[in-house]
Ligand binder design. Structure first.
Ligand SMILES: C[S@@+](CC[C@H](N)C(=O)[O-])C[C@H]1O[C@@H](n2cnc3c(N)ncnc32)[C@H](O)[C@@H]1O
Length: 243
């Protein structure tokens, strides 16, 4: 598995608290009364998560933006002027990263995103509230790309977790395989596919298809991905497009 190094220029937020002890650092949820255990745990985790504060500071809608930032800082596949598809785009963190790195707000490139949920507008990004499994979804995305093949297809799609490990894994693999089939239709030769999967399941078919159709395939666990989460990303680069 490729290990993400701390990218240059990347500063984990320190705040003004270098001199304090770790114990002092931990913000506590002061009034637990009236909260369920899980909502108190969620709030405590948000308050203590450096990526949540950093997202706010840097104008990203969610902490997951930093997963893509870390991966791209290491593997450098997002470039100005590119055509990029973002599958599972809500609330918009990855699309914001793509827009910034492709210079989309300056009219460069073409970025298209889709999600079951509404995504608030992002300059230079065309967004659809739609199920990617809808029969016409691929066509809608292809048309939005305006007749060009994509340089990059990203999928951070995840269905609601049921808590049943095998069911959750099957759901995410289904999303990943459908995303890959779509990517293989619309990627340029040499293109990149990045996709979320879950650790510990058998994504054998997905991996063998990726290895057959891309020059390099890597599993990545970015630092911004919570250590207690089973999520992993598969990065496939150098698409071998068939004539
Ligand atoms: C982890 S979130 C994506 C976060 C996003 N990358 C960001 O940075 O803002 C996963 C998203 O996948 C979306 N999703 C799951 N199944 C989908 C489907 N069949 N079609 C479209 N979107 C889907 C969910 O609605 C959810 O918003």
């Amino acid at each position: 598995m490729a290990k993400i190094r701390k990218p240059s220029g990347w500063n984990k937020p320190k705040g003004d608290d270098n001199s304090r002890t770790a114990r002092d650092l931990k913000k506590r949820v002061k009034t637990a009364r009236g909260r369920t255990v899980s909502s108190a745990r969620w709030l405590s985790r948000q308050l203590n998560d450096p990526y949540v504060g950093l997202a706010k500071k840097e104008g990203y809608r969610c902490r997951s933006a930093f997963k893509l930032i870390e991966i791209d800082d290491r593997f450098k596949f997002l470039k100005p002027g590119q055509a990029i598809v973002d599958l599972g785009a809500a609330p918009g963190g990855w699309s914001q990263v793509c827009a910034r790195r492709a210079d989309a707000a300056e009219g460069k490139g073409r970025i298209v995103g889709i999600d079951l949920h509404e995504v608030e507008a992002i300059a230079g990004v065309t967004l659809f509230k739609k199920d990617f499994f809808d029969e016409d979804a691929p066509q809608v995305l292809i048309e939005a790309l305006g007749g060009v093949y994509a340089d990059v297809v990203l999928s951070d799609m995840a269905a609601h977790a049921t808590g049943h490990k095998q069911t959750d894994h099957l759901k995410i693999i289904d999303l990943a395989e459908t995303a890959l089939d779509f990517a293989m239709e619309i990627l340029k030769p040499g293109g990149t596919f990045l996709c979320k999967v879950l650790r510990g399941g058998s994504e054998h078919d997905l991996l063998s298809k990726l290895k057959k159709n891309f020059k390099t395939v890597k599993h990545i666990k970015p630092q911004a991905s919570r250590a207690d989460s089973a999520e992993l990303f598969v990065l496939a680069q150098g698409f071998r497009k068939k004539a």
